[in-house]
Design a protein around this ligand. Structure first.
Ligand code: FES
Length: 104
């Protein structure tokens, strides 16, 4: 099975610095996180109740959901605060020619 292709999603210069940026990709909303360890990405909608994580609070590597304050580590998707209990869906990222790319 071949790996998914890399897709351009947003210019690095258009990211909110040290924060989360919402991107629409087809019918999916994606959250792009600018962090001290690089750029990370996940589905934007929380897997607990469907809130938009891009409206949440972002602190370094943790995104806190705006609805019930569940939280996830954006580096590996693992839940770090209840009521979030399942890992969020994350995507492999890289930067190429000033563009953030996702394998999606
Ligand atoms: S919708 Fe995100 S924690 Fe409930």
């Amino acid at each position: 099975m071949s790996a998914k292709p890399w897709r351009d999603v947003i210019a690095v210069d258009d990211l909110e610095r040290n924060w989360v940026t919402r991107v629409q990709l087809g019918d999916r909303l994606i959250a792009i996180y600018d962090t001290p360890s690089g750029i990370h990405a996940s589905l934007a909608l929380c897997n607990h109740g469907g809130a938009d994580l891009c409206d949440g609070y972002f602190d370094g590597h943790v995104i806190e959901c705006p609805l019930h304050q569940g939280a996830f580590d954006v580096r590996d998707g693992r839940p770090v605060a209840a009521p979030a209990t399942r890992p969020m869906r994350i995507f492999e990222t890289r930067v190429q020619d000033g563009m953030v790319q996702l394998r999606i």
